[in-house]
Design a protein around this ligand. Sequence first.
Ligand SMILES: C=C(O[C@H]1C=CC=C(C(=O)O)[C@@H]1O)C(=O)O
Length: 442
Amino acid sequence: MPPHRDGQLSAGSPLVTRTCRVPDVSFRSFLAGRAAPRLYWTSSDGLEIAASGAVARLTADGERRFDEIRERADELFEAVDRDDGPDAARPRLFGGFSFSAEHEPSPPWEGFPGAEFVLPRVQLTRTEHETWLSVSARDTAEATVEETLSEIRAEIEALPEMRPSGDSPGIESTHPATARDEWCSQIRHATERIREGELKKVVIATALEVELAESVDVPDILERLRTSYPECYRFLIQPSSSGGFFGAPPERLVSLRGQTVETEALAGSIGRGETPEEDDELAAELAASEKVREEHELVAKTIREGLEPLASSVTVGDRRCKRLSNIQHLQTPISAELDCDEHVLSVVEALHPTPAVGGLPLADAMRTIRETERFDRGWYASPVGWFDADGDGEFAVGLRSGVAGDGRVTLFAGNGIVADSDPEAEWDEVQLKFLPILNELE
Ligand SMILES: C=C(O[C@H]1C=CC=C(C(=O)O)[C@@H]1O)C(=O)O
């Protein structure tokens, strides 16, 4: 049978996956020895996955990109031949979407189309107590997949259990996409539009290009972020050897298991204090600010309204403060029971972009973003994550993120702007959001 072109899958050729348990090894060492595409994903529930190679690579562009990916995935998952490995090691597609449907890849986003999902050839899965190796293939005899599994198992067993952290690459220079004065005038302009009633909220973002002294080892950076941002997701999506989108987002877009959705509103920010008392004072200031509450409530309300057409019930929890190493956010947990078996990508499409990264009304916010920002958002602030054959999955919002390539990393950060946002305070806040990755680069 001729090989399939990427994303062009013929029905009926089964996806064969074979799994075995392996000793716990350094996932960074595994990734270091593997060629692109390379993927890494971990969530605070303890699931950790490192993967490489592509059995299938599904790509799509434009408004229908969510549907197209789902349709191609359904075809891919139509015939799956799995052994009795654990559920955690089941085949999953990993990837993400561009922020906007109009995305056209330009530097630094070469190699990132409107949507791309990869079913990895080799996958290491770590759950709380065990590590599993899976090998997948199509158009390949079972015996051949089993042979490959044994070969790669031997390679995995030779990897070290721990890998000492390397040095940071060091920073040669930084180049903001938006100078402070320009940022302030952008924010003034946005607040004028809001006061004139054109829109209620818009998230204005900017980028920071960082020239590195040495080449960057992204899995190493992600490992260090484990210690500094344990409550965040950490991900790497590296379609080719030249680039990689990575980050430590604090925000869940959606997790779907069966018919149960977990999501959240995360919007409204303030720094950390020097002492626990100062932290508490700042958190109280955040919760008491009318401006921040308005900014936050618009997000919670829009998420609830986005879920309602799909759900038999939506539960909005109590607002609280989510404290990260360098910043505190207002957070409202939101859960829903769906009416029927929806695919996670339908929920992703219904929610993205929430007003935590876009604005309200959405069309006016998108126009304001287009007319204001001087850089390409690419996949920043977009859904990144995985889904499986049942349509279950989990997606984070691609925040506190950067794209690496060619001796540099471009970082992204944005702020929710409402009528009385102060441009100078917004500048300080956006700098805080660069810090998680910037600190690991220098
Ligand atoms: C858009 C970003 O953060 C969002 C998430 C949490 C708090 C936010 C805020 O306070 O503005 C943003 O809505 C970003 O980190 O780039």
